[in-house]
Design a protein around this ligand. Structure first.
Ligand SMILES: Cc1cc2nc3c(=O)[nH]c(=O)nc-3n(C[C@H](O)[C@H](O)[C@H](O)COP(=O)(O)OP(=O)(O)OC[C@H]3O[C@@H](n4cnc5c(N)ncnc54)[C@H](O)[C@@H]3O)c2cc1C
Ligand code: SF4
Length: 564
């Protein structure tokens, strides 16, 4: 993609080009605003830069991970849990990991494309069970934008009429694969709701994008733009407006303000020349990912904002959350020695299980959904590791090869993805002593799970084990104990981190208003996961996109009226 030379002043400066930044850039450039995007990573064009069509034998590494591709060298996203010269720290006793992307499109280049709307209850959890906080907006406020996102980007699914897992404007969902049919039968017998997945992959042509051809390599980025990433769906049309400038390798340092306390632009490091630069803009939109946007605000200190920009409430960095998660895999003897059959499909499961129970009858609040894995996908580096545990797997030579063929596809697994309740002990702040290689102070994390999350994880483990047993399968790993946190994944590792710049009606307890506009700085907005008040059990990105579209629509209207 062509990179244009910066020109100033811009109408809008957006920091970050992932889900939120991509949507804001698309909407605002389309509205006629002159927009600049500062992106800390490199440019990326999935059609030419991606590895969708590569075979494992095309690389001597066979696709094994590299330093900046921890999920495998063919993966679509450059970034990782650790980035050279850009550390973060953890308070004593805290376990937390932070996955950061560094490229145009951010994490949308390899996300799982699970595209779920939040339901009506997800915006008003406190009113239902007294925990956390309600959002200042409701499902009805966001619904029109979910609808527009569905139409613009495309999502498949089925109409189920589930109250708190609202239907969207769906394209037809692909058929279940063989292993998924067996999972669905077991779920039906256990009265667990199991329905077609909702993934932002198109199964019909849309805006000159061809439908998916079922190569199953979505995490590598789609060369035909049949799945969604900001880099392949939002940036090309935004660039075509002529209103958008993208500055890659631009690491934002802080938002600058004038004497009136209004944002004037963003100062950044040009990573290629290692020099300080500044871009002026009338409006600033932060979309650097939830926690990085909190970091930017905390680092934007001035006489007027000594605790960080828009942080008079002291709420920036507070009430951060991640999805809860735990997994169980099982061996299914009836799937051994499968008759070769067509297993084509998208890069992800064709079914999932939305939350189906009533928390009033359980010892934890809020729900989780279940993601399904297994099947006959293209083998990749390290596939079927642990074959020696299959009866009587392992060995050497011919018998080992035969075991690989016999047991290939005979495993299924389940991952729970649930709602964490925000708490006072889970937050991020600026580390008082550590800076990154650009001299920018880094974040220090504090993380604490409560029994809400541990009990939920225990329930996930028990449910997944019953599903596997119901399929006639065997689970090798013992049930994790309370001391092992019932298998609850470390904070941050589900990579759905949210909050830290939350919205609310009261400026004393929130950073943004219901339009994602800073209470204290009217030309400052946040368009990533930072404004979220609660997590919900749904993966967050469809809501990030809908909110970014809603915020951008508001900005465009306000510009038209001369209010911004
Ligand atoms: C493997 C994986 C699977 C996932 N699967 C799903 C899923 O199925 N469904 C779902 O809903 N979500 C999923 N997610 C989460 C999803 O990717 C994120 O919710 C989403 O990308 C967040 O969008 P964002 O715009 O906030 O941030 P990002 O996509 O992370 O984009 C932020 C951008 O800002 C840039 N940036 C950061 N700091 C700065 C700075 N200081 N200056 C300039 N630029 C900066 C980064 O380089 C990056 O490009 C998944 C994530 C991963 C990693
Ligand atoms: S499975 Fe479909 S959407 Fe995914 S990479 Fe292949 S063609 Fe693209």
């Amino acid at each position: 993609m062509q990179v244009k030379k910066p020109r100033t002043p811009y109408d809008v400066c957006i920091v970050g080009s992932g889900a939120g930044g991509g949507m804001a850039a698309y909407m605002l450039a389309k509205s006629g605003a002159k927009v600049v995007v500062l992106e800390a990573g490199q440019m990326w064009t999935p059609a030419t830069d991606g590895a969708m069509l590569k075979w494992p034998y095309d690389s001597p590494r066979r696709g094994a991970s590299t330093k900046d591709k921890p999920f495998g060298e063919f993966d679509g996203c450059i970034g990782g849990w650790e980035i050279d010269g850009e550390p973060y720290t953890r308070a004593p006793g805290t376990e937390f990991s932070w996955w950061r992307a560094r490229m145009l499109g951010g994490r949308t280049n390899h996300w799982g494309r699970i595209s779920l709307r939040f339901g009506p209850d997800d915006f008003r959890g406190k009113s239902i069970d007294g925990l956390g906080d309600d959002w200042p907006i409701s499902y009805d406020d966001v619904k029109p934008y979910y609808d527009e996102v569905d139409k613009l980007i495309g999502v498949f699914g089925s109409h189920e009429g589930l109250r708190n897992a609202p239907d969207g404007i769906f394209m037809p969902a692909p058929k279940m694969r063989c292993n998924e049919v067996l999972v669905k039968q077991a779920a039906d017998r256990l009265n667990i709701t199991c329905v077609p997945s909702r993934l932002s992959i198109i199964t019909k042509p849309l805006n000159n994008r061809p439908p998916c051809h079922y190569c199953g390599q979505c995490n590598r980025g789609c060369s035909t733009a049949s799945n969604f990433s900001s880099s392949n769906v939002l940036f090309p049309p935004a660039m075509a407006t002529g209103n958008l400038t993208v500055i890659p390798y631009a690491m934002a340092r802080e938002v600058t303000v004038d004497a009136r306390g209004l944002a004037t632009g963003v100062s950044y490091i040009d990573k290629q020349t290692r020099t300080d630069k500044h871009v002026s803009a009338r409006i600033v939109v932060l979309a650097a990912s939830a926690l990085e946007s909190a970091r930017l605000l905390l680092n934007s200190r001035s006489t007027r904002f000594p605790n960080g920009l828009a942080n008079g409430s002291g709420q920036v960095g507070k009430y951060i959350t991640d999805t809860t998660g735990t997994d169980v895999g099982g061996f299914i003897p009836r799937m051994v020695d499968q008759v070769p059959h067509n297993h084509d499909g998208v890069g992800g499961a064709h079914i999932y299980m939305p939350w189906w129970l009533d928390n009033k009858k359980l010892d934890f609040p809020r729900g989780y959904h279940i993601e399904v894995w297994g099947g006959l996908h293209m083998p990749s580096y390290g596939f079927m590791g642990g074959i020696q545990h299959y009866p009587p797997g392992g060995g050497y030579g011919k018998s080992l090869k035969e075991d690989y063929r016999r047991y290939y596809g005979a495993t299924v697994g389940f991952s729970g993805r649930g709602e964490m309740i925000p708490n006072d002990d889970t937050y991020c702040e600026i580390d008082p002593t550590v800076v990154d290689q650009w001299g920018i102070p880094v974040l220090r994390f504090h993380w604490k799970w409560s029994d809400h999350e541990y009990n939920q994880s225990r329930h996930m483990q028990e449910t997944f084990r019953s599903l596997i047993h119901e399929m006639g399968g065997e689970v090798r790993d013992p049930m994790p104990t309370r001391a092992q946190g019932f298998g609850l994944a470390t904070g941050g590792t589900i990579i759905h981190e949210l909050g830290g710049v939350r919205m609310g009606s009261d400026p004393a307890t929130s950073v943004l208003n219901g339009r994602c506009q800073a209470h204290e700085v009217k030309n400052l907005f946040v368009a990533d996961g930072g404004p979220f008040v609660s997590q919900a059990d749904k993966n967050p990105t469809w809501t990030i996109l809908a909110l970014a579209m809603r915020t951008s629509t508001y900005i465009a209207e306000q510009r038209k009226q001369g209010a911004l």
